[in-house]
Design a protein around this ligand. Sequence first.
Ligand SMILES: [Zn+2]
Length: 75
Amino acid sequence: MTMNPKLSKCPTCGSRKLKLVHSDYSTRVQGRAVVVPDLERQECPNCGEVLFDCAAMERLDALRTRKRPASHASR
Ligand SMILES: [Zn+2]
């Protein structure tokens, strides 16, 4: 995973066939599977590298840093 603005070339393998993908993205946050709906990113069909733009990075960061609300056992 690499943080970058939109690229025309894969920073990992140099392929120019980066593909803009706009769909649900599943990842893991602290060991838990999380799906980010409708996340735009670029994927390299050659080496499988996934590149996120700033907006996408922010959404992923928000998931990573989201704290669970302290639950007062209100049941
Ligand atoms: Zn690549």
